[in-house]
Structures are given as structure tokens and as C-alpha cells.
Design a protein around this ligand. Structure first.
Ligand SMILES: Cc1cc2nc3c(=O)[nH]c(=O)nc-3n(C[C@H](O)[C@H](O)[C@H](O)COP(=O)(O)OP(=O)(O)OC[C@H]3O[C@@H](n4cnc5c(N)ncnc54)[C@H](O)[C@@H]3O)c2cc1C
Length: 412
């Protein structure tokens, strides 16, 4: 690295320098993809250590294809299945309309895959170039001019780059500087995430069960080489609602009438260590992510409700498309850079806004309807073909079109 002024360090050769803020799954994936595309990338993380943290997540086939394409060793840490909605007693309401030929082409046996965020993170770190990530750098602000952008950190360090990518999560400071403050809103939903080791239940299905009040879903999970299941329990939740003192008992009381294997999955869970509660928050979606020499991605751009179950997957897709549309560009040239970022925005902004809006819609439909109307809604869900059509339009068609775009050879 060469010094461009007394205290600003250049991240490398002009036209190729990218500073990514935040070493979550999104930031590391973007770093990998941009590095492969020939850029000189540095990912800055505020924490002093990179710790593989987090519980179960779901990735769809697109995420798996992208990870493999970047050389991330992923095949032994996920279990794939085909999603369906069922009533609490096991009656199937909606089978997701999945193109199995496309799955074959993608090299996965199911549309969605259960894995641990911690294992995904370990594998991303393993694939990352040794000096790509700098820890103990908490981003404070940037200053931009037509030639470059300088990022400032709380440890007194500052670096110049051609592009800054904010991958700094739900509380993103990059987003705040770029697009101004926005309220983190309470969606009115809480989700409990758990996992267990269990033999017996069908490992080819991802099932989302609903009764009049709550959702209980489960998916096959591969963890530390063992066959496990991840599960999630979703309920209505007021902003000031106090967490129950005995979470396991609380969840059990709500799901004991659900069909096999729901009660068994809960019983097999070490609820002292493997059960976490999240209150779901979101921000008003943005119509544009990129401006000048700065853009955002992942949770910084689209904090997501668990109904999409897809925060990590969308962050991975963002990183892939960002690198795809910048590959071969001279980032020093502002017009070239803006053109690449426009293509990135065109690809991602509407898609993620629709996905998160549909997730919020489903969340409200299942958990926001006033109690007397619950049963009417459920009659509709049991007897109408509209929910299947809505899932096809709201989820599977667009998501599978995106997978086709990822499988296409690069056209840059
Ligand atoms: C610790 C943790 C555990 C999680 N566990 C689960 C889970 O069990 N299940 C699930 O579905 N989802 C979980 N998530 C959410 C899920 O990982 C995200 O939705 C998804 O990975 C999006 O990734 P991201 O990289 O955009 O953001 P994140 O994963 O949030 O990563 C953002 C990164 O930016 C860093 N950062 C933030 N501010 C700054 C700053 N000012 N300067 C430098 N760095 C900064 C953060 O420390 C973090 O490493 C978890 C997230 C975290 C952070």
C-alpha cells in the first residue's frame, strides 16, 4: 500500500480499489467475488476477531450455486429440501412450484437448504484471500470527491478507494450517511429459531405449518457432519412484549397439537443452548442503493423478515451481481463506475424490495389479522387455489428466474 497523503493509505492501484465495510456473510462474499473479478479489495470489520457465530439459516439454490462458483467449500454443510405450506394438522395447503430440471442444472436436490450461519461463515473465511479482511476497524464516515473516496475508522486509520460498499448490517452507518437516517420499524412479529439432532422425519421436505395464530416450520439441516433439523416458531408480538421466562414451555404450549414431527422436533431440542428469539425489524425500502462512489448491500440495504427466511441468501446474491456488473471496469472513471452500479441497482433493488414486501405481507396475513377473522382467513387458505398462485407469483417465479440469470455465462 502506498501513502497518498500524510495519513490516508491507498488501498492499491487506482481504478481497482474497493473498500467493503462489514465482514458478515455479505461483505466476505462480495470481497471474494470482486477479488476474483480482479479488484484489490479490503473488507473492514469493527470486531477484533472474526467469529463464526449464529444459528440456522436457509439458503436457496441460487446461493449454493454462487458459493460453489466462488470456490467456497459448501457441499458437506447443507441439506436441501422442497418447501410446502401445511395446516397445523399436516394437511398440505401449498406445494411450491419448483422446476426440478432447473434444480438438476443447478446441481442441487431441493430449492432451499438448511445450514448453520457459523459453518457458512467458516467456509467463507476459508475461501477468502489471507490479507483481505482487516479487523478492529469500526467505520465512522467517508468523504467523496470525483476522483476517489476516503473512509475513516474509529482507530484513526483512513484509506482511499475507488468504491465503498456498505455491508455493515441492519444498523448500517454507510447507509445512513449515503441515504440519511430511517426508522427501524417493528413488524409486530417475533421469531424463535432452534435446531436439534433427530432421525426419522422426511429430510426432503421443508414444511411451514400454520394454525390460527402461529407458524411452526422446519427444514433439514446438516451440522458438523450430522443430520439435524432447524425449526422456527413465529408469532404476533407487541413492541413492548416481555419475553416468556420459560421459552421451551411457552413454545410447547403453542405447538403441542401440531402434526408429527413438530412436537418431536421441539422435544429433541436442547432449548437451553439452541433456541433464540428475534423481534423482527425492518426499514422502509429504498428505491436506489448506489450514489457516486458508494453503494450498499445485504442487511444494510434490505433488512428482512423471517418469512422470506432469506437474509443471508440475498446478501450473497447482492455480492455476486455487484462483482458481475463491475468486472473489467476502471473504477477510477466515475461514469464507468456509475454505469456498473446502475446495472447492479437495476438487478437487485426491485427484486429485494418485492421479496421483502411479500415477506411482510405474509407476516401480516398470518399474524396481523384481528382474532375474529382468523378462522375466515384459514377457511380461505384451505379451500382456495389463490394462495398457491400468490406464492408462485410472489416467490418462486422471480426467484427461479434469478437462478437462471446466475447460471447464465457472464456477458460483460
Ligand atoms: C452475530 C449474528 C448472528 C446471526 N444469526 C442469525 C441466525 O441465527 N439466523 C438467521 O437467519 N440470521 C442470522 N443473522 C442474520 C444474517 O446473518 C443476516 O441476515 C445475513 O447474513 C445478512 O448478512 P450481512 O453480511 O448483510 O449482515 P451481517 O451478517 O449483519 O454482517 C454485518 C457485519 O458488519 C459489521 N459492522 C457493523 N457495523 C460496522 C462498522 N461501523 N464498521 C465495521 N464493521 C461493521 C458487523 O460486525 C458484521 O460483522 C445473524 C447476524 C449476526 C450479525
Amino acid at each position: 500500500m502506498s501513502k497518498t497523503s500524510v495519513d490516508v493509505t491507498s488501498l492499491g492501484e487506482r481504478g481497482k480499489r474497493v473498500a467493503i465495510i462489514g465482514a458478515g456473510p455479505g461483505g466476505i462474499l462480495a470481497g471474494l467475488a470482486l477479488h476474483r473479478a480482479g479488484f484489490q479489495v479490503k473488507v473492514f470489520e469493527r470486531h477484533p476477531e472474526l467469529q463464526p457465530l449464529g444459528g440456522a439459516i436457509i439458503l436457496n439454490a441460487t446461493g449454493i450455486v454462487i458459493l460453489r462458483s466462488l470456490g467456497v467449500r459448501i457441499d458437506d454443510v447443507f441439506a436441501a429440501g422442497l418447501p410446502e405450506f401445511r395446516r397445523y394438522d399436516g394437511r398440505v395447503r401449498v406445494n411450491f412450484d419448483i422446476d426440478m430440471k432447473l434444480m438438476e442444472q443447478a446441481g442441487v436436490t431441493g430449492w432451499q437448504s438448511g445450514m448453520m450461519r457459523s459453518e457458512l461463515y467458516e467456509r467463507l473465511l476459508e475461501a477468502a484471500p489471507a490479507d483481505m479482511i482487516s479487523t478492529s476497524h469500526s467505520f465512522e464516515r467517508y468523504e467523496e470527491n470525483s476522483d476517489e473516496v476516503v473512509v475513516y475508522f474509529d482507530n484513526g486509520q483512513s484509506y482511499s478507494a475507488d468504491l465503498v460498499v456498505g455491508a455493515d448490517g441492519v444498523m448500517s452507518k454507510v447507509r445512513e450517511q449515503l441515504w440519511g437516517p430511517s426508522e427501524l420499524k417493528h413488524l409486530g412479529i417475533a421469531v424463535w429459531l432452534g435446531w436439534c439432532e433427530l432421525q426419522g422425519p422426511d429430510r426432503k421436505k421443508i414444511v411451514l405449518h400454520h394454525d390460527h395464530q402461529v407458524q411452526m416450520g422446519y427444514a433439514p439441516l446438516r451440522y458438523k457432519g450430522r443430520d439435524c433439523f432447524e425449526w422456527w416458531f413465529v408469532e404476533k408480538c407487541a413492541a413492548d412484549q416481555v419475553e416468556p421466562s420459560d421459552p421451551a414451555r411457552y413454545v410447547r404450549e403453542h405447538i403441542q397439537h401440531f402434526a408429527y414431527p413438530v412436537p418431536q422436533i421441539l422435544e429433541a431440542t436442547d432449548t437451553k443452548h439452541n433456541l433464540f428469539r428475534w423481534v423482527v425489524k425492518y426499514r422502509k425500502p429504498l428505491k436506489q442503493w448506489s450514489k457516486g462512489r458508494v453503494t450498499i448491500m445485504g442487511d444494510a440495504a434490505h433488512p428482512t423478515s423471517p418469512y422470506a427466511a432469506y437474509g443471508a441468501g440475498m446478501a450473497i446474491e447482492d455480492g455476486f451481481f455487484l462483482a458481475k456488473y463491475l468486472a473489467g471496469s476502471n473504477l477510477a472513471d466515475i461514469l464507468t463506475l456509475e454505469n456498473g452500479l446502475r446495472r447492479y441497482d437495476d438487478q437487485r433493488v426491485d427484486y429485494t424490495n418485492q421479496t421483502t414486501a411479500f415477506a411482510r405481507f405474509l407476516g401480516r396475513m398470518y399474524h396481523g389479522v384481528p382474532a375474529p377473522l382468523n378462522r375466515l382467513r384459514d377457511l380461505f387458505l384451505d379451500h382456495s387455489s389463490l394462495p398457491a398462485k400468490m406464492i408462485r407469483k410472489g416467490v418462486t417465479e422471480e426467484a427461479q428466474a434469478l437462478l437462471r440469470a446466475v447460471l447464465e455465462p457472464a456477458d460483460n
